[in-house]
Design a protein around this ligand. Structure first.
Ligand code: HEM
Ligand code: HEM
Length: 192
C-alpha cells in the first residue's frame, strides 16, 4: 500500500498545525494579558496613584505599543500558514483525488464526520488566510480601513469555526488513538 504519512505530508501537517496553534495563541494574548483596554486602565490608575495624570488616549497608545511586538507573531505564524496552504495546493495539484471536498463527498458513511471535519477545517483556514491577507495588504489592494471592516468581522467570527474544527480534530485523533491503538499520532511524527 502507498505510504500515507510521507515526509512531505508530515512537514505540511505540522507546519499547518503549529502555525494555527501559534495564531490562536497570539489572539489569546491579545484578548487577555495584552488587551489594550485593560492595560490602558492599569497604566492610567498606576500613574494616577503616583500623582501623574495621563489621558485614556495616551494610556491606550502605550498599551498598544507594548502589545505590538507580540502581535508581530500573528503575521509570522500567518506566513507559515500560507506556506502550508501552498504545500497542500501542490499535493492536490499532484493528486486531485485528495481535494478535501471530493474526499468528503466520496467518503463512506462511517468516515463522513472525520472527512467533513477536515473539509470544513481546511475551508475555514482558507477563509482566515484570505481575509487576513486582505486586512494586512488592504492599502496595497486599494481598500480603505472602513471598506475592509466587514472583512475584519468575518476574520474574527470564522475564528470560532477554526476553534470548533480544531477541537473536533483533536478529539477525533485522541479517540482514534485510544480505540484502534494504531499509533496514528506516532505515524504523523515518524511516518508509516
Ligand atoms: C491545531 C492544529 C491542527 C490542524 C490545523 C490540523 C489539521 C489537520 C488536517 C487538515 C488533517 C487532514 C489531513 C488530510 O486531509 O489528509 C489532519 C490529520 C491528522 N492530524 Fe492534524 N491538525 C492539527 C493538530 C494536530 C495535532 C496536535 C495532532 C496530534 C496530536 C494531529 C494529528 C493528526 C493525525 C494523526 C492526522 C491523520 C488522521 C487521518 O489520517 O485520518 N493534528 N490534521
Ligand atoms: C487560524 C488563523 C487565524 C486566526 C484564528 C486569526 C484570528 C484573528 C483575530 C481574532 C483577529 C482580531 C483581533 C482583534 O481585533 O481583537 C485578527 C486580526 C488580524 N489578523 Fe488574523 N487570524 C488568523 C490568520 C491570519 C492570517 C493568515 C493573516 C494574514 C496576514 C492574518 C492577519 C490579520 C490582520 C491583518 C488582523 C488585523 C489586526 C489589527 O486590526 O490590528 N490573520 N486575527
Amino acid at each position: 500500500m502507498k505510504p500515507q504519512f510521507t515526509l512531505f505530508y508530515r512537514i505540511w501537517h505540522w507546519t499547518m498545525a503549529f502555525s494555527v496553534i501559534g495564531l490562536l495563541g497570539t489572539v489569546a494574548l491579545r484578548k487577555s494579558f495584552l488587551s489594550w483596554r485593560s492595560n490602558a486602565e492599569v497604566i492610567q490608575t498606576q500613574l494616577a496613584s503616583v500623582g501623574t495624570d495621563v489621558s485614556f488616549e495616551s494610556a491606550k497608545m502605550v498599551a498598544k505599543a507594548i502589545r505590538a511586538p507580540m502581535w508581530e507573531w500573528h503575521y509570522i505564524f500567518a506566513l507559515f500558514l500560507a506556506i502550508s496552504i501552498v504545500m497542500r495546493l501542490v499535493m492536490v495539484f499532484r493528486d486531485p483525488k485528495i481535494f478535501p471536498l471530493l474526499v468528503f463527498i466520496r467518503a463512506p458513511k462511517e468516515e463522513k464526520l472525520q472527512r467533513g471535519t477536515y473539509f470544513f477545517l481546511c475551508f475555514s483556514l482558507m477563509v482566515m488566510a484570505l481575509s487576513g491577507g486582505t486586512l494586512y495588504f488592504y492599502e496595497f489592494l486599494g481598500f480603505t480601513k472602513e471598506g475592509v471592516h466587514w472583512v475584519k468581522e468575518l476574520h474574527e467570527n470564522v475564528m470560532y469555526a477554526v476553534l470548533l474544527f480544531v477541537s473536533m480534530h483533536l478529539a477525533g485523533v485522541f479517540r482514534h488513538e485510544l480505540v484502534t491503538k494504531e499509533g496514528i499520532v506516532s505515524k504523523m511524527i515518524h511516518g508509516d
